[in-house]
Design a binder for this molecule. Sequence first.
Ligand code: TRP
Ligand code: ZN
Length: 850
Amino acid sequence: MTETHYLSDWQPYPFNVLETRLEFDLAPKGTKVKSEIRFHRNSPGDLVLDGAGLRTKALRIDGREIAPTDLRQTESSLTIAQSALPEGDFTFSAEVEIDPEANTALEGLYLSGGIFCTQCEAEGFRHITWYPDRPDVMAPFHVVLRSDKPVLLSNGNPVASEKGRAEWHDPWPKPAYLFALVAGDLVAIDDHFTTRSGKPVDLHVWVRPGDQDRADFAMESLKKSMIWDEEVYGREYDLDVFNIVAVDDFNMGAMENKGLNIFNSKLVLSSPATATDLDYERIEGVIAHEYFHNWTGNRITCRDWFQLCLKEGLTVFRDQSFTSDMRSAAVKRISDVQTLRARQFREDQGPLAHPPRPDHFQEINNFYTATVYEKGAEIIGMLKRLVGDENYRKALDLYFERHDGQACTIEDWLAVFHDATGRDLTQFKHWYTDAGTPQLTMIEDWQDGHLRLTFRQETPATPGQSHKPPRVIPIAIGLISPNGDEVLPTTVLEMTEAEQSFVFRDLGARPVVSLLRGFSAPVIIRREISADDQALLLAHDTDAFTRWEAGHDLALAALMALATGGEASAGYSDAIGALLAHAETDPAFTALCLALPGDDAIATALAARGITPDPDAIHAAREGFARDLASRHEAALSRIYATMAPVGAYRPDAEGAARRSLRLACLALLSRLDEGDRALVLFGSAENMTERLGALGQLIAVGRDQESLALFRQEFAANRLVMDKWFMVQPHRASPETAVARAKALAARDDFDWKNPNRFRALLGGFSANHAAFHQADGSGYDFYADWLIKLDPVNPQTAARMCSAFETWPRYEAGRREKARAALQRIAAREGLSRNTSEMVTRILAAGS
Ligand code: TRP
Ligand code: ZN
């Protein structure tokens, strides 16, 4: 049985670490690690260290070998009794040997394409040496690296460097999860930054030889991030160098190791021919995210892993604000809401629902979730809305001043807001501790020129939490008169009760409520609204989010009706007609309005209303609806497709991306009529990856892809990142009936390098994103997917476990699919030697159906 960890069990570590000294002799099969850890006692207790998979050669206290009788060792810990320890400060030292080449889990020290690199968050450092591997034990690190690799990097500032040896010192106390080293044959692009107080910083982006012409955009993004954090949060960089390294094998996106960020190469490398607009935007956003962690995560870190959203929610909020400043705030907000709903609402409605600050877990790696990251960011946004911009900045200044160098909790965070603003946040805290998405119902009552809005909130039960007290919900609204004028500008209503009314007096005519402007709280809205009123909002609302939402709701209502045997109203199609007439004034917004909700979103919306979703019916409804829409607006769509053709050279900025997104949105609809004629032309003529991949997706969807796929492969066979797209787009866009066979054929290819997480995620993630394919009624999608999770688990448990979430919606389907999904999950669960990671995931997912 695996152990469950509880928040309530947290105890302070009895020691401080005054300094950590490490020496590495790097070799693929046998890397020697010598450590010297200087301890200072704070309170009574034994010395307990974490370690896993270490070949221990020596253990000493103050230079003397520790007697075996003074040691207790388990599979994952080492305990030295207090009685065997000196009274004052002492040095624990160890010599261990580890095997980076055998490390396929990509946790701890491993090799990626011949480059030694590390990933220590959350608990990877224990795979490197014996250590108090918990985030509240912080120390300055001094590191010596010996290796025949030409480039040797670690955290902090370089102290000395000669052939085969480098020495690094990181003066800022940090927990072990922020430790990193890199040793490899790398080249850098170099730049400089001077902080606003005049401190010079050397900047390097390290990549494999040959990739250096694709690293400039990452460097530009870094400099923009550094300026932004100074201007908006008053935060300066604090070391002499900042290094970014790109590696091909990485479990997640990137990692904020102090002064040495390590990135999945897909979030560093870009060129117009190989990266899409979305790739560029993500690179900019993730470079910013990791850089921003230097203050929110590193200088101030988490007391324990239950507090993960303290650093992640805040840092996501910061990177989202950065992107909206760099690009279009409206587009950014709408796409963030789309992601939140697609991932976090889905999570919150299923068996994996958990609070942004969980109170128990088995495997912390399973809690790097949409709830911790994206909902964590929404919570910060609400807090900012409630206290106002000025107070928010005051609170953050206090946070940095009060907690610099500390390991903190959500309570510390809220106390700062309380102390800076005087606001009582007791009720607000429920956003952190309670799982589930509140459902907010609005009822309108119009009488004698007065509008009474009554809101009711209710949060459904989630695993382990049956009762949810009312939360404070900032509801931003505006009122639009029937002639389209705004009669009430954005006003934030603060709801604190289960049911609450707000009255707006002396209005001339009955206005339409623009509800939840800017998506002011992560809730599900229930309201009665006519298609005419939605159209009015789509045409006249002053808030971009609620404008978009009006169109989105019309589309969703039509699709839900069609998917359940009903008829679609003409509301959405009419509204789109009006929008297309002046599409060029805001191409990005028009593109967002043209993108129909996906199959999974339709299924989620149906399930939330208690209707069992039928994946085939949903798919057919969406296809039919898209075709009708295309025929009805064919002329306008073709015109816009032509006028949105590229002007001038490709630039990855918001304006260019907006035009391309509108063009591709038109193409998606038109391809339903021309069977891919335009897509074929575009694929052959486009010079940028955005348009080529967009065209290729349409060709696959209409089944005219063989030649283009072969050309694409020939051209990009040597580029791993582009080939990942090739592996992703096929199972994703193939018709549901052919997708399983197709995915199987792809998986059988020699170049399906499944131990590489990007490649594995491309094929399997592309497949599971094809809703009707994954949920094939005969269970073949589930079986195929489960087979691969079973194969990946012993090699890379972290990635296998994360990808189990494809199954998280299984209880909402009909009995036939449910039984097949259950059988597939049980087959995974029954595997001998299944990892703790995957075992926790399938157990939680299966629990929902019992
Ligand atoms: N802290 C990283 C981030 O948010 C996340 C991360 C990178 C991570 N690699 C990981 C988390 C491995 C768990 C395991 O930017
Ligand atoms: Zn992060």
